[in-house]
Design a protein around this ligand. Structure first.
Ligand SMILES: [Cu+2]
Length: 133
């Protein structure tokens, strides 16, 4: 019968396994699959021309977001900026906010800034137009 490993030897092999796991997960995280967040699609889509303002806006990303550390601004033609209240209990890869109050006809931009789970911040603009009547 082989002798039981001593407690010290068991602790050592545990440390070796943890080290190997850390190396392995590090290799996974540095791969392209864990890239920072980029937009997959949005509503409204970039360049949309809408008859009326949508009740809410959504932007879907390729990666999980930290909603509490992400920002969404509605920017008008006069560069007026309104921070939109991001929904924090929704889909972890979606930025979603209601457009409270009337949005006048004209050119608008959604300016997003998100923190992805890989710790990287990305940002961008989604322009759209409200035609009105
Ligand atoms: Cu990244």
């Amino acid at each position: 019968m082989p002798p039981c490993p001593s407690p010290a030897r068991r602790a050592l092999s545990g440390a070796v396994i943890l080290f190997a796991l850390a190396l392995f997960s590090g290799a996974l995280l540095s791969g392209p699959a864990a890239a920072h967040a980029v937009v997959v699609n949005s509503d409204p889509v970039a360049g949309a021309s809408l008859a009326a303002a949508p009740a809410r806006v959504t932007i879907r990303f390729n990666s999980r977001l930290d909603h509490a550390r992400s920002r969404l601004l509605l920017i008008g033609e006069d560069n007026s900026q309104t921070a939109l209240p991001i929904r924090e209990d929704g889909d972890p890869i979606v930025l979603e906010a209601p457009l409270a109050g009337p949005v006048a006809p004209g050119a608008w931009r959604l300016r997003w800034q998100v923190l992805a789970v890989d710790g990287h911040i990305t940002r961008g603009d989604i322009p759209f137009t409200i035609r009105g009547r």
